[in-house]
Design a protein around this ligand. Structure first.
Ligand code: CA
Length: 215
């Protein structure tokens, strides 16, 4: 009898985990975790309009140029261009940036890095003007894994779009152009630096980075 109960419990847990997994899909009734922070005063408010190059920015890969009050990544030879802002670490945060995909035949991406331990270990949410998907990946020791994906209208080339990510513990929500598209739970990284990301031959402009620390 005890064994049967144990088996039933395991089956229930398995079914529950399947249901929980399905609950990661964004629906009209998905609760936005930003509502949990409505009375929260951010402990740090970082704003960067890229009118000058803050010395906290460190380039790890790619050619990132600060000009015209924007930052543009225009190397077409690096596979994963990464720039991190290495003076502050964030755990729970509300981060957004505007990005304009300019060109790319293999890829035309723009992404936000968050909770980065270093240039090889971080979360990234990105959109790609060549693909109809919006994705959350982990990079672990430089190895990329897709952990969540949503179908979207591909962002137009030469137009500005906004990516926004909000975290609460292991709960991650990501928006493209103010629409919640990704709702996911993951425990890989708990805090770290923020940064910007592109891929392959993407030439991408970024502007108006905003980060509120919500710890
Ligand atoms: Ca600017």
């Amino acid at each position: 009898m005890k064994k049967t109960l144990t088996t039933l419990t395991s089956t229930s847990l398995f079914l529950f985990s399947l249901i929980a997994c399905n609950a990661e899909t964004v629906t009209n009734t998905t609760k936005e975790i930003i509502s949990d922070y409505k009375n929260k005063i951010p402990t740090i408010k970082l704003r960067d309009d890229f009118s000058s190059k803050n010395p906290a920015w460190k380039v790890f890969e790619g050619n990132w140029q600060f000009k015209n009050s924007e930052v543009v990544q225009n190397s077409v030879d690096d596979y994963f261009p990464v720039i991190l802002r290495i003076n502050q670490q964030f755990s729970n945060l509300d981060i957004s940036v505007n990005f304009t995909p300019v060109s790319g035949r293999v890829d035309a991406s723009g992404g936000i890095i968050f909770r980065a331990k270093d240039q090889n270990n971080y979360y990234i949410v990105r959109a790609n003007a060549l693909e109809d998907n919006f994705r959350l990946y982990t990079f672990i020791n430089g190895s990329r894994s897709q952990i969540a994906s949503a179908t979207v209208t591909p962002p137009s080339i030469n137009k500005a779009h906004q990516i926004r990510v909000i975290t609460k513990g292991n709960h991650i929500q990501a928006y493209l152009n103010n629409e919640l598209k990704i709702d996911y739970h993951d425990n890989t990284f708990s805090n770290g630096y923020v940064g910007l990301w592109t891929k392959a031959d993407s030439v991408t402009i970024f502007d108006d980075l905003k980060v509120d620390s919500l710890d």
